[in-house]
Design a protein around this ligand. Structure first.
Ligand SMILES: [Zn+2]
Ligand SMILES: [Zn+2]
Length: 278
C-alpha cells in the first residue's frame, strides 16, 4: 500500500510538468492556427482543405517534436558545451560573452544558421540521415503544419549542428543553475515560428525579400520533387545557400512536392522504419 502511494505521488510529480507542457503547446497551437488558417484561406497558393491528408499525423508530430527533442538535447548539449569550454581559447569566450545581448543574439542567429544549414544539408547527402529526414519531405501537400512533420532524431541532429557553433564561440553559455540561456532559446523560437511561415500554403512571393530571408516561395522550392531537389537548405537566411552554391529561385512555383523515397503513412511506422530500414 505504502509503495503504491509512493508510486502514485511520483507519477503525479512527473505527470504534472508533462500535462502543463501539453496545455502550453495546445494554447500555442491555437494561436498559430488562428494566424495561418485564415491567411491560407485568403491567399492560398494551392486549393487544399485544412484537414488534408496526414493532418492528424502532423498534429501528433507537433506535440511529439515539442516535447521529445527538448528532453533528448539537454544531455548532449551540456556535454558539448562543457567540452568546448575547455577546447576554445578563453579570450574568444570572454570577448563574445561580453558582447551586448542584442549583438550576441544577432551573431548567434547567423552562426546558428550556418550550423543549421550544414546539418540540414548533411541530412540530404548522407543516406543514413536521409532515412530520417525523408519523413519531412514525404509531404505532397505543403502547409503551415508540415513544419512539424519530422522524425524527432532528425530534429535533434540538426539542432545540435546549430547549437554547437554557438557554444563553441561562447555566444551561448552553459546553463547556470536552472536558468536557461536566452540566446539558444531565442534562436530556436525564432527558427520554429519562421518554420510555420515558410511552409504555409501562401502565394506570396515577396519579391526581393525572398533573397534576404527565407519565405514560402524560397522554402517551397526546397520541397520540390522535380529535377531541382537538394536546394535552398537555409532555414532563415538564404545567403547561406548563395555562399555554398545551393540557392535556387526561378520565376515560377515548384510543379509538385514530395520525394520518391518511400515513406510509410502511419506515425508509428514513420518513427520506427528509419531506425532499421534502408
Ligand atoms: Zn530538407
Ligand atoms: Zn520544410
Amino acid at each position: 500500500m505504502e509503495t503504491l502511494l509512493q508510486l502514485e505521488r511520483h507519477l503525479r510529480l512527473v505527470a504534472r510538468p508533462v500535462a502543463l507542457d501539453v496545455l502550453r503547446l495546445g494554447i500555442w497551437l491555437l494561436l498559430i492556427l488562428i494566424v495561418f488558417v485564415p491567411l491560407e484561406r485568403l491567399f492560398s497558393l494551392h486549393p487544399q482543405r485544412v484537414f488534408r491528408k496526414s493532418f492528424g499525423v502532423d498534429l501528433a508530430y507537433y506535440f511529439l517534436n515539442n516535447l521529445l527533442p527538448k528532453a533528448m538535447l539537454a544531455a548532449p548539449i551540456a556535454l558539448v558545451a562543457w567540452a568546448l569550454r575547455h577546447a576554445v581559447p578563453g579570450a574568444v569566450l570572454t570577448w563574445t560573452a561580453e558582447l551586448p545581448l542584442p549583438l550576441r543574439l544577432l551573431a548567434a542567429l547567423v552562426v546558428g544558421e550556418l550550423g543549421f544549414y550544414w546539418g540540414h544539408r548533411w541530412t540530404h547527402e548522407s543516406p543514413f540521415l536521409w532515412r530520417f529526414h525523408a519523413v519531412h519531405h514525404s509531404a505532397e501537400q505543403i502547409d503551415w503544419l508540415v513544419n512539424t512533420r519530422a522524425h524527432p532524431l532528425d530534429i535533434v541532429f540538426v539542432r545540435l549542428c546549430g547549437f554547437i557553433p554557438m557554444y563553441a564561440l561562447g555566444l551561448a553559455q552553459p546553463l547556470k543553475g536552472q536558468a536557461l540561456d536566452p540566446v539558444p532559446l531565442f534562436v530556436m523560437l525564432t527558427a520554429t515560428f519562421w518554420g510555420f511561415f515558410v511552409h504555409a500554403n501562401l502565394r506570396w512571393r515577396l519579391g526581393w525579400l525572398s533573397h534576404l530571408v527565407s519565405t514560402p516561395f524560397f522554402h517551397h522550392w526546397h520541397h520540390t520533387n522535380d529535377e531541382h531537389t537538394d536546394k535552398n537548405y537555409a532555414s532563415m537566411l538564404p545567403c547561406m545557400d548563395w555562399l555554398f552554391g545551393t540557392w535556387y529561385l526561378p520565376r515560377q512555383w515548384p510543379p509538385r512536392y514530395g520525394t520518391d523515397t518511400p515513406v510509410a503513412e502511419g506515425l508509428a511506422a514513420q518513427l520506427a522504419n528509419p531506425l532499421w530500414k534502408a
